[in-house]
Design a protein around this ligand. Sequence first.
Ligand SMILES: NC(=O)C1=CN([C@@H]2O[C@H](COP(=O)(O)OP(=O)(O)OC[C@H]3O[C@@H](n4cnc5c(N)ncnc54)[C@H](OP(=O)(O)O)[C@@H]3O)[C@@H](O)[C@H]2O)C=CC1
Ligand SMILES: CC(C)(CO)C(=O)C(=O)O
Length: 334
Amino acid sequence: MPNKPNVLLVGAGGVGAMASFALEYSGESSVTSVLRSDYAHVVENGFKINSCDYGRGIRYRPSNVVNSIEASKQYGPFDYVVLATKCIPGVSSMIDIIAPAVSKDTAIVLIQNGIGIEDEALFKCPGNVILSGVSMIASSNVKGHIEHSDRDFLSVGYFENVNLTNEHQEKVCKRFVSMYKNDKNQCVFDENVKYSRWRKLVYNAGLNPVCALTEADVGRLEIFGGTDSIIRKAMKEVIAIAKSDGVELSEALMDFMIRSKDPVYYRPSMLVDIDKGNPLEVEVICGNPVRIAKKNGVEAPYLTLIYDLLKVVQGRIMEKRGMLIVPKERQVPK
Ligand SMILES: NC(=O)C1=CN([C@@H]2O[C@H](COP(=O)(O)OP(=O)(O)OC[C@H]3O[C@@H](n4cnc5c(N)ncnc54)[C@H](OP(=O)(O)O)[C@@H]3O)[C@@H](O)[C@H]2O)C=CC1
Ligand SMILES: CC(C)(CO)C(=O)C(=O)O
């Protein structure tokens, strides 16, 4: 169909591979996927997918697969560029990386966790629609093998861009929702992106880092006492910080989030990063809420300690990866 919207999907991890699959399954758009470490394997064998929505043992080779943004341009121009990479400002700027594939009419869709993830995109792409995708999917990619264990529920709204009309941003957003939605998943238009991001953070700001720091999945964390001793307290702090930022969340959300992956021994995406030795989403998941707490005078001792510990772990990961050099001779105070 000549009028199908053209989508570029960047980052085919647990979330991105399933997003690419969902878009292609729906058949309402043409999709090009940019793959990095999985490129050769997926070109040859496809992804192997076990999905609670679509079934087990699926072999999926995206229709158009490329290994760089430069190479993707042969399939452009793109109506949507979907970013499903980790959001790690200060480590890599994905907005700079995707820039060659973004034209003035391209909407950028951020399917990523965290708070304040849109700032860079709005700053660097002031004329573009920037969409916020909040995903409850629970999906991981280990060497092209996708394990997807929670029903794909994606809510998509727009981060308000004052340079564009709300009508236009809403139209572009609703078009994406209708392209993503199919008979196996759920995708809805999100009227209140700020609320959804704080709500999701109740899960991510506690469980992601504490599972990463302890290397325990959510089941083991609960059995060994960490859910009651740490997670509930961190979640309460997120709710208080959200309130200081104008978002009211119910305390009942804590149990909803704690129970949301039952009965799976789920490894949150940040624990999967630890398993792989990848950099962590420290700033958008922990740093930004802690900074907002400070600014608004909200006490957040648990989140602050979690953030401080996570920064140390991040340093070790970066050092191991050669992204940071520690001086051979230790610099000590004179
Ligand atoms: N996993 C989950 O269930 C959920 C995750 N989220 C959020 O969604 C986002 C994505 O998470 P997740 O899917 O787990 O992440 P993954 O780490 O599984 O996947 C990220 C992917 O991005 C790729 N990538 C990174 N940089 C580039 C680049 N420059 N060019 C091309 N590809 C690149 C990586 O490739 P490579 O392998 O080469 O590094 C990897 O395939 C995060 O913000 C996460 O917090 C939200 C809800 C649920
Ligand atoms: C809460 C969850 C599991 C999505 O469903 C997630 O966001 C993650 O693993 O980072």
